[in-house]
Structure formats: structure tokens, C-alpha cells
Design a protein around this ligand. Sequence first.
Ligand code: PDD
Length: 276
Amino acid sequence: MTWCALNGTLMRLEEAAISPMDRGFLFGDGVYEVLALVDGVLRARDLHAARLTQSLRGIQLDVSVDAIFDSMDALIERSGLSDAKLYIQVTRGAAPTREHVFPTTIEPTVFLTASPFTAGALTPSRAIVRPDIRWHRNSIKSVSLLGNVLLAEEARQHGAAEAILHRDGEVTEASTSNVFLLAAGVLRTPPLSDAILPGITRHLVLELAEAHGLAIDESPVMIDELTAAETVFVTSSTRGLLPIVAIEPGGVIGDGIPSPQFENLQNAYQALLHHQ
Ligand code: PDD
């Protein structure tokens, strides 16, 4: 049975009901977070709380993030789960009429779920490379995900695990993750900007790399630099570090297997998850 919390009330998922006038449904007017619960511990809780605060500020929505996390704690306890995927969605709420401009007197809708989840074995995967067709404020974790949805589905239809995106040849991120490459002993990832989501896993990987004395370069990455790399990988809360061994168009990356340097980073990340 899946439990959820709707506006602070715990209930079974089947019992939850949201108005069709909710602006999340009508306009995609809301933001979200996806978090990993590992061995009963919420991974990088403070970083997720800070990002949610930023997303809410980005859409001018005033909601207590502390209250949301209190509600999440209650939900985790009720679910009885110790390994889970946690979802937070906050929308501007339901107004009596459909108007683009913000209504003045509505209550936001806060919806949380906890579903059983254990990170699966990370099989080295393929990715497609496509132009980034999304809007220009990707630093806001908006629920308006149509661009990401279409790109992720296109990857699936090509038998690929991800779609790596670029704007005029410059790598932004992937449809559901951030992009990294290892080349000549340097860990590279595109710089933070409005073009990408400031991934929590991205942040943790950079911290780990620094702690392990790995050189880091956060300057722009061009798409043709991916095929010249030893290892390319993508990061997210649900997939952790997923190695990409071939891209289309582009071909095989490095030797077609993740490098030892990647394996070290991967092991360090797993250790962090289980001893946080
Ligand atoms: N997605 N970039 C995009 C476009 C994403 O959708 C995600 C995560 C990331 C990685 O962020 P993080 O490391 O904080 O998970 C980067 C989540 C998992 C999702 O939408 O389900």
C-alpha cells in the first residue's frame, strides 16, 4: 500500500483527491523534489530543502519548507519504509476560474508520496544526444516537464537510458539527470546556470571528487568532447551515477567500459549513501 500526505494529512494514495481546477493540473504551475531515503536516512535533506526553497521563490510561492519536511517525516514513519523514493509537489492550488495570472486568495496544494525503492544495479548504458528543446529556466525544478518527458520517451524508443541535451553544441544536462565526463584525469561537468537543474547528486559528486583530490573543471562542455572522454556518466537521486558507454550520434565512449577512476567515484558515492 502506498501512503501519501495531502496538505499535511496522511492517507492512502487511493484516498487522495485534488481539484481539476488545481493550477498544477491546468498550467503545470508548481515545483517538486525527488529524494532518496537510504537505510532510513533522508539523503542530503538540507540540500533538498534549500533547493525547494529556491524553486518556490522562483515561482513566487510562499510555503513553509520546514512544515513540508515535518509532514514528510510523518509520512516516512507511517509508510514503515527505510529505502524509498520520496516525492514532494507544491502547486499554486485550485482557483474558482482558469486565469493565467496568480489568484490572490488560494491555498497551495502540497502533495507527498513515499514509494518503495532500492537503487538498482547500474548497467552501463547508451544515451541519445538531442537539442535541448526545453524552456530557459531549468534551475527551477518545475512540474512543467513536457520537454523532459518527450526527450526521455525518445531515448526509451531508441533503447537508450537517457537523452543528453545541448544548446548550439554546448551540453546542458540530460532529460532526468546531470552530465559528467572524465578526461585526462579531470572531472568535468557544465557550470551551474539557468540552463540546468542544480542537481543534489551533482553537488555530492563534486564534493566527493574534491575530497579525493580529483581535478574538477566546471567550464562549458561541447557535445563532441563527450566522445573524446574516457567515461561519461549521468547523475540523479534515483539513479545515482549511471555510466554512459555509447552515444547516438557519436559512438562508443573511451574503451566502452567505465574507467577505474569512475569506479572509485561510484564506490565513494555508495559509501556516502550508506554511512551518511
Ligand atoms: N530528476 N536534471 C534534471 C532535468 C532532473 O530531472 C534531475 C532529477 C536531475 C538530477 O537532480 P538530483 O541529483 O537532485 O536528483 C538533473 C528527478 C530524479 C526526477 O525528476 O524524477
